[in-house]
Design a protein around this ligand. Sequence first.
Ligand code: Z5A
Ligand code: MG
Length: 219
Amino acid sequence: MSEVKRRGAFIVVEGLDRSGKSTQCAALHERLVESGVVAQLIKFPDRTTVIGQMIDSYLKSQSDMDDHLIHLLFSANRWELASSIERQLREGTSIVCDRYAFSGIAFSASKGLSYAWCRSPDIDLPAPDVTIFLDISPEKAKERGGYGEERYEKEEMQKKVRQVFRRIEVEMQSQRLQSGNQWVTIDAGRDRESVSADVWRHAQPLITGVEHPIRRLWT
Ligand code: Z5A
Ligand code: MG
């Protein structure tokens, strides 16, 4: 009998500000590599591309842009990497991704743009096999130090972002059977090791690779 060809897993980590996304992505990537998995760590926004540099300048308030325009640039920044993500997954590399399209919707809709409009430019992107959402209360997040210098790092904005993420979670869970995309929420207000253990519990079933073809976001 011929063996089913497996591709790499696409694991997205999303979450609120200072929920520990980058900390957990680095830990997960390290653990995957230690387990013998070929894995790549990526992050959005990818500030290294030309579009990424425009986003970086906007986030640092060095430039101003219409809310619609910056939203489209965040999405374009994902499309820049979409074919490379697909290629790597097909070649058997698993990808750990720090923020994705869900952050795009959460931040732009929090500024007052329509939820449906915010979702549309990311339709058809490679869909994650699992999205691990790191949830943290505003009180716990505050304990991790003051908000930084960047544009969205303000308490009022972060509260709105949390509400939109809740809406995304409900929508993703209601579409799960149809889309196959899995969304899990983890309490990220605990110590690093407890959070890492939960992240690993959700990532581990995927480390031997994925059989089904790469799905598309929201299609
Ligand atoms: N944005 C958007 O608008 N549209 C989009 O499409 C996308 C993004 C993709 C920049 O993102 C902004 O872009 C962001 C959303 C918007 N705006 N905001 N706000 P970014 O990804 O570059 O942001 P960041 O710099 O990575 O910050 P972050 O997300 O707030 O951090 P984090 O990655 O979640 O946390 P961390 O760096 O891992 O940890 C934060 C601190 O907590 C650090 O000191 C750690 O050592 C500490 N930490 C971590 N875990 C723990 C635990 N468990 N206990 C105690 N302390 C901990
Ligand atoms: Mg981060």
